[in-house]
Design a binder for this molecule. Structure first.
Ligand code: SF4
Length: 308
């Protein structure tokens, strides 16, 4: 792409679907191997899973009920809408194969659900699971596995207790993509000890991988997390970007990311009562407007810095 801007998620979806498509988040009651002792305990230092889901998404309800509620919400305005079941909370491949199949197939049996997006950790996908997802893809079903990669720096991953390495992320993405399954990466900007140059480095490393999509968001310090306690005690250093500074980080991320990878978002907004910082006081759409203005002003082109 040589035009100003970046390839957004809407453009990516239009390459796969002719009409409108909306994600519906599901909390299917999974846990996380980095919390329950299988891989670690205590979880990632910044994690508070209460921030993951909208209100309709409650693990006390079945996958069918959650999708039906999400669908009712959106179908009022767009009756023709199709849906992607987004298995979002915790680690959505953490379970026995038979149970995973049952949940995914329950989602796919819901009217107007045309595909799956499955959020997980890179160390939690078996070959058997990937073969099954490849089989779904072979039947024309949209399947995207979204990996929590977070950063390309292994010392940071260790500091935040992720419990996996960058190499494991790269390996999982390749093992998924070679089977014809779409892959996504979730990245956090401003993890403890990291600055703008680290975000650029991660974008450049991601550009080497067979990724379909990436999500970037600013590190948020959430009440009740280990990170909040570490920052308060001065045990870890976290950059405090202003909105303008974070927009510069996003511009450099775009410049250093391969144009073959769609960018789904740049910010995340945790519930106000849980958020300690940053408190920019902007809605996601207001941030996006500021970012779009900066992209136009600086004539930013996705991937333009990769040749250098
Ligand atoms: S961020 Fe994800 S991997 Fe880390 S503890 Fe929370 S649910 Fe588990």
């Amino acid at each position: 792409m040589s035009t100003v801007g970046y390839r957004d998620f809407g453009a990516f979806l239009r390459e796969h679907f002719t009409g409108k498509v909306q994600k519906i988040s599901i909390n299917a009651g999974f846990t996380c191997p980095n919390r329950d002792g299988k891989l670690g305990t205590g979880g990632c230092t910044y994690c508070n899973n209460q921030t993951f889901n909208p209100e309709y998404c409650n693990p006390g309800k079945s996958v069918t009920e959650q999708l039906a509620e999400g669908r009712r919400f959106f179908a009022r305005k767009y009756p023709e809408m199709k849906y992607l079941a987004y298995f979002q909370a915790y680690t959505n491949t953490y379970g026995e194969m038979s149970g995973l199949r049952r949940l995914y197939e329950e989602a796919l049996a819901t009217p107007d659900v045309v595909g799956l997006i499955i959020g997980t950790r890179p160390d939690c996908v078996s070959g058997e699971l990937l073969d099954y997802l490849a089989w779904l893809r072979g039947r024309g079903i949209f399947v995207l596995v979204e990996y929590g990669v977070e950063t390309s720096r292994n010392d940071t991953l260790q500091l935040v207790n992720r419990g996996h390495t960058w190499e494991q992320s790269a390996d999982a993405i390749v093992r998924t993509a070679v089977r014809g399954i779409m892959t996504g990466a979730h990245i956090i900007a401003g993890l403890p000890g990291e600055g703008a140059a680290d975000v650029v480095q991660t974008a450049r490393q991601l550009s080497q991988l067979p990724l379909s999509t990436v999500k970037l968001h600013q590190l948020q310090i959430i009440r009740g997390t280990r990170l909040a306690r570490q920052v308060a005690a001065g045990e870890v250093a976290v950059v405090q970007w202003s909105v303008g500074e974070y927009i510069s980080v996003c511009l450099d991320f775009i410049r250093n990311l391969s144009p073959s990878i769609a960018i789904e978002r740049f910010t995340s907004q945790s519930p106000d009562g849980l958020l300690i910082s940053p408190r920019w006081g902007l809605k996601n759409y207001q941030f996006t407007n500021l970012l779009q203005q900066a992209i136009a002003r600086e004539r930013v082109v996705q991937g333009e810095a990769l040749a250098t």
